[in-house]
Design a protein around this ligand. Structure first.
Ligand code: BGP
Length: 476
């Protein structure tokens, strides 16, 4: 009754800019994610309100070395294999293959790292799941074309996809077109390389860029299906249902509207058209999306095969602006503080049942298989005198979320392809740029200032997760 499906893809997830490092090696070009510094200005840069288009000596840029997976790939994949991973989700750095982004042919040397990474995975029977774009855009495309504001990005992205599918089509079955596509609305520079002049109509720019990403996603799906008939292509949403603050219908309405703000992207990617509520909203707000003839057909005919998402927390909202003033942090979006929930050290609310609720909401809405491609607890890990890390808090978090996930599958009948824990090996935090905010089963010796030996070691959660996988989720 409580068993997970056979072939369930247990594993973990990372992103190129948060783990690879090697940011200049083998011809890799600079990307938006490389010019986002750690420290106080990070947020404004990620939001596109403080344009910083080049690196300088006054700042520290965590992506440049990250955890240097670039030079630890064999060791790292071996550790994942030791945990019994069935699946490893990672992203490809666009600017490794296309340093400027608008080249016709890829940089051959850029493939080397991924050749090795994929072959290592396959050697251990680990299914690779590739995120084609996890926030990164080559800086040349940002500076020369205005990033996703430009229609030209669609062609560059599709060309990049073609190079990937040609190279890895026989080895990789699972693909995600854009990580957390709705990030474009919340952290536009980090999520899509967008920045704004102060007097600009920000929403207009965002929805136009979103349209380009949606068309690019559909064209990539089309190409994937043509070039790799077995391929499974997914969209990816920063998920977490909004709860109403009270049973006041106005709060319920507010929660529904906030949810729609996120669903919008997946509604297009999964159902193949702009939903009615979005068309009306765009009209009301006088946002005009420039579409090319044929765009609607492309969207309609090339919907995704599955819905993937990250889940860290549920969210809470109210219709009352006074109530909405006091907020706590969370993945991408802030939320009201829910008095029924505990919070992490970074203020993210912990809500395992919310995962089951979110899964049911997504499955009810789309009726397509789901894939949880991010979930986990960012916490401070302190090694004891022998250097061991007893991360029971992380085990507890994951155990409760896996229980909720199993309920969604076994009791509610949600179809679920897999579960990849975020940051299975410690890496740089996307929101804060810190190393201190750790998610991993594997500890990496490095601190917020970039100091450390980069030595890898197993936390208590390592053996725990290994047993979870070995028993297909029976033994939690
Ligand atoms: C998601 C991103 C990841 C990741 C995760 C955790 O938004 O897809 O890249 O970092 O959140 O967030 P953080 O690193 O800010 O703790």
């Amino acid at each position: 009754m409580s068993r997970m499906p056979e072939n369930f893809l247990w594993g973990g997830a990372t992103a190129a800019n948060q783990c690879e490092g090697g940011f200049h090696e083998n011809g890799r070009g600079i990307a938006n994610v490389d010019v986002i510094p750690a420290g106080e200005e990070r947020r404004a840069v990620m939001e596109g309100k403080l344009p910083m288009f080049a690196c300088d000596d006054a700042h520290y840029y965590p992506s440049h070395e990250a955890i240097d997976m670039y030079h630890h790939v064999k060791e790292d994949v071996r550790l994942l294999a030791e945990m019994g991973f069935k699946c490893y989700r990672f992203s490809v750095a666009w600017s490794r293959l296309f340093p400027k982004g608008d080249e016709k042919e890829p940089n051959e040397e850029g493939f080397q790292f991924y050749d090795e990474l994929i072959d290592e995975c396959l050697k251990y029977g680990i299914e690779p799941l590739i995120t084609i774009c996890h926030f990164d855009v080559p800086m040349h495309l940002v500076i020369e074309y205005g990033s996703w504001c430009s229609r030209k990005l669609v062609d560059f992205y599709v060309n990049y996809c073609k190079a990937l599918f040609r190279r890895y089509g026989k080895k990789v079955k699972y693909w995600l077109t854009f990580n957390e596509i709705n990030m474009l609305m919340h952290l536009p520079f980090m999520g899509a390389g967008l920045s704004f002049e102060s007097d600009e109509n920000i929403k207009q720019t965002q929805y136009q860029a979103a349209h380009h990403e949606l068309v690019a996603s559909a064209l990539a799906t089309k190409l994937a299906h043509e070039m790799m008939p077995e391929a499974m292509v997914g969209c990816m949403l920063a998920a977490g249902s909004f709860y109403p603050y009270t049973c006041n219908p106005k709060d319920v309405w507010a929660a529904m509207e906030r949810d729609r703000g996120n669903y919008f992207f997946v509604d297009v990617q999964s159902r193949g058209e702009y939903p009615a509520y979005a068309k009306k909203m765009l009209e009301r707000e006088q946002i005009h999306i420039e579409m090319k003839e044929g765009d609607e057909k492309i969207l309609r005919e090339n919907t995704v095969d599955f819905i993937s998402f990250s889940y860290y927390s549920s969210r809470l909202t109210s219709a009352d602006p006074e109530v909405n003033r006091v907020r706590t942090t969370g993945n991408v979006m802030s939320s009201l503080r829910n008095p029924h929930l505990e919070v992490s050290e970074w203020g993210w609310q912990i809500d395992p049942l919310g995962l089951r609720i979110t899964m049911n909401a997504l499955y009810d809405r789309y009726q397509k298989p789901l894939f949880i491609v991010e979930n986990g607890l960012g916490a401070v890990d302190t090694p004891d005198t022998e250097g061991n890390i007893h991360d029971n808090y992380r085990i507890e978090y994951l155990r409760e979320h896996i229980k909720a996930m199993k309920d969604a599958v076994n009791i509610d009948g949600v179809e679920l392809l897999g579960y990849t824990v975020w940051g299975c090996i410690d890496l740089i935090s996307a929101s804060t740029g810190e190393m201190k905010k750790r998610y991993g089963f594997i500890y990496v010796d490095k601190d917020n200032d970039g100091e450390g030996t980069l030595k890898r070691s197993k936390k208590d959660s390592f053996e725990w997760y290994k047993r979870v996988i070995a028993t297909n989720g029976e033994c939690l």
